[in-house]
Ligand binder design. Structure first.
Ligand code: IVH
Length: 666
């Protein structure tokens, strides 16, 4: 194809000879034209097509890509007070004086889907969706069809990942749905879903036919700083050719930022795209660096959400679901109603107390609300005075018939059936193989139910024994040699898998993916965690883990207290042999060491000091013991310092600590 040759010539002129003949915009137009031709005439696609320079269009499901820097989420705030508290927290963390100004940027929170665009030597080489924040999907050919996304940059850092939202404008969304309706195709619930569905197409020509847009709001990996502040860096992105929201502002004070929030909220209905709040970011990038992250969200940014949207409808039915921990959860089935652009037909009713607090019965008219991504909930019963049959909360599990009881001081009612309850067993197994846990392809809900009914699956360890049933499975309807072998291979691939994901998969109460990682960062292996949790100082040892509070510590102790859990775990560990935790933090001489901070620190807060220790791969502990490697003592240090001296542990002051940090990270 002549066009492809032409593009290749411009590539050489640009990259090898530094003598481009056409502008970046003209180049982009050529690339897009070529892509359209390829889409229309696939038999003409050249093996060296410029559209497939990096990773050809994935066939089948979109290929997974690991982000060079994780794509984070944001902490939410719903009130002025929470925003003010955010700024106070920033001040405290950085130990700033009362008078020290903290400038923020404020910009709309676009209701789209985030996308990371990686440029190397000015060329777009990878576009990826956020996915779970660590691993996203490769949507490069699709992103190349979006006009707002430059294919080529001039004067950009050698490596630059631009992050922003892919979205669909309100008018384009309405027109798309009208076209969909005319052709009896799928109607999208809102612009966000339409944008997500359009970007995540296997066939880029489908994406090309959808009116997608892009707004940049940040960056990931970058080989040189884009500026000294967020505002400067965003301005740099703008000059590089990225669209930036018109409402992006730098605000000197929190009051200015709140005023800008009010202005954006006022303009909301007239904006061309859907937004669900305002994002604030600490303007100084050196401060952002020091503030770092907690769990999955930066300490330097905050999403100030608009108030929830409400609607009225009828509560048709109250159903009780049984979760993997046996918890009975009432779910309300509603007459479907639109709330803020989304059709809602189910609500969580939380627990028995919530039902009696609202006096809910089947048939009541209710007011429901939906705030952001939160599951919709009932806020008011509009007909509680009308006579109606009261709802009787079950005292037996609706699935296995075992007694359902509330633990002392708990509102939740749980089925006491444990592993004999199919709901719990199946829910636990589903969780064990889910994406964030063992992520076993081919072991979906139906299959788990089938194998459980056959008596092949009791606990998670049995998954690693499924190979024993190969012959029986081959005789069953719907199972062919290939599907059986694929499943068994997918299971086999999980021998020696990540311990943090296995621990998360166990479904211990309060142990989410992040806490599982925190625990393994500290203990290294599940066996070491078990030993600590069954030892004499279990509560204290567990609470010393960064991110673990008393409720989590108690849940772990409770789990290991049950003999059948220990047996099952031993069985599982013997079969799955998970790999010890490997931290993705930098390896330094401090990796794996334990540091205790004591006394008052003067140039930084205790939280910042702990975060610094973690960045070196060390863990910050609360008390001094023979296992402590370093004590950082400020003025007023008392018994911990004394103990360190007795034990002959190295003690340094704050200044020396700063040198250690600079030396290890610099
Ligand atoms: S900053 C590290 N700015 O909101 C900070 N995010 O709830 C990460 N979003 O995944 C994002 N508009 O996709 C930022 N102006 C904006 C945004 C924005 C929308 C999305 C983003 C993120 C999600 C978090």
């Amino acid at each position: 194809m002549r066009l492809a040759r032409e593009i290749a010539r411009h590539n050489r002129l640009y990259h090898d000879q530094d003598a481009p003949e056409i502008s970046d915009a003209e180049y982009d137009a050529l690339v897009r034209e070529n892509l359209e031709l390829e889409v229309r005439f696939p038999h003409l696609v050249r093996a060296d097509s410029p559209s497939s320079v990096v990773g050809a269009a994935p066939s089948g499901p979109l290929a997974k890509v690991t982000h060079a820097r994780p794509m984070l989420s944001l902490e939410n705030a719903f009130s002025t007070e929470e925003v003010e508290e955010f700024v106070r927290r920033v001040r405290r963390f950085l130990s700033l004086g009362e008078q020290e100004p903290v400038a923020l940027t404020a910009e709309p929170k676009i209701d789209g889907l985030s996308c990371s665009l990686r440029y190397e030597s000015g060329r777009l080489i990878l576009a990826a969706t956020r996915g779970d924040g660590t691993v996203g999907e490769d949507v490069t050919p699709n992103a190349r069809t979006i006009g707002d996304i430059p294919q080529q940059l001039t004067g950009a850092p050698v490596v630059l990942e631009v992050r922003g939202e892919v979205y669909m404008s309100k008018t384009d969304f309405a027109a798309l749905n009208a076209r969909q309706e005319a052709s009896a195709a799928k109607i999208f619930a809102n612009p966000r879903n339409a944008a997500a569905g359009s970007l995540r197409q296997k066939d880029p020509s489908m994406t090309a036919a959808r009116p997608l847009r892009f707004l940049a709001h940040g960056w990931g990996e970058c080989s040189e700083p884009l500026g000294a502040t967020q505002a400067e860096a965003v301005e740099r992105l703008r000059t590089l050719g990225f669209p930036i929201a018109d409402q992006f502002r730098r605000c000197d004070t929190v009051e200015d930022a709140l005023a800008h929030y009010a202005a954006i909220e006022h303009a909301r209905a007239d904006l061309p795209f859907d937004i669900d709040g305002v994002v604030y970011k600490v303007d100084r990038l050196d401060w952002q660096e020091r503030l770092g992250f907690v769990a999955r969200a930066p300490r330097w940014a905050l999403a100030h959400k608009f108030p929830a949207e409400k609607a009225e409808t009828t509560l048709e039915k109250i159903e009780i679901q049984v979760g993997r921990t046996g918890k009975l959860t009432p779910v309300g089935r509603l007459t479907p109603v639109g709330v803020g652009g989304v059709i809602v037909s189910n609500v969580t009713l939380h627990n028995r107390d919530e039902i009696s607090r609202l006096g809910l019965r089947e048939g009541d008219r209710v007011r429901i609300q939906r705030a952001g991504d939160v599951i919709p909930q009932v806020v008011e019963n509009l007909t509680r005075d009308e006579p109606r049959t009261p709802f009787v909360y079950p005292d037996h599990c609706p699935i296995c018939g075992s007694e359902a009881v509330a633990e002392e001081g708990e509102v939740d009612i749980r089925c006491t059936g444990g592993l004999i309850c199919p709901a719990q067993r199946i829910e636990r197994l589903k969780h064990f193989v889910s994406r964030g846990a063992l992520d076993i392809d081919g072991l979906g809900e139906k299959t788990i139910e089938e194998f459980t009914t056959l008596g092949w699956l009791h606990g998670p360890a049995d998954i690693f024994r499924l190979a024993e049933h190969r012959a029986d499975l081959l005789g069953r309807e719907g199972w062919k040699e290939k599907s059986v072998d694929n499943l068994l291979a997918a299971i086999d691939a999980r021998v020696g898998f990540d311990s943090a994901r296995l621990l998360f998969g166990l479904g211990i109460r309060h142990i989410g993916a992040v806490t599982a990682k925190d625990l393994l960062r500290h203990f290294g292996t599940i066996e070491a965690l078990r030993d600590a949790a069954t030892g004499p100082d279990a509560q204290a040892e567990l609470s010393a883990v960064e991110g673990v509070g008393p409720a989590v510590a108690e849940a772990i102790v409770d789990f290991f207290h049950e003999e059948h859990n220990q047996d099952e775990l031993a069985d599982l560990l013997a079969l799955a042999r998970p790999a010890p935790f490997v931290s993705n933090a930098r390896q330094t001489e401090w990796t794996g060491k334990t540091i205790v901070f004591t006394g008052s620190l003067e140039t930084m807060s205790r939280d910042e000091a702990k975060a610094q220790a973690e960045r070196l791969g060390a863990k910050a502990a609360g008390s001094v013991s023979a296992k402590t490697d370093l004590v950082v003592a400020g003025p007023g240090a008392g018994s911990k310092l004394k103990k360190a001296e007795e034990l002959g542990i190295r003690v340094v002051g704050e200044e020396e600590w700063a040198r250690i940090v600079a030396g290890a990270t610099g």
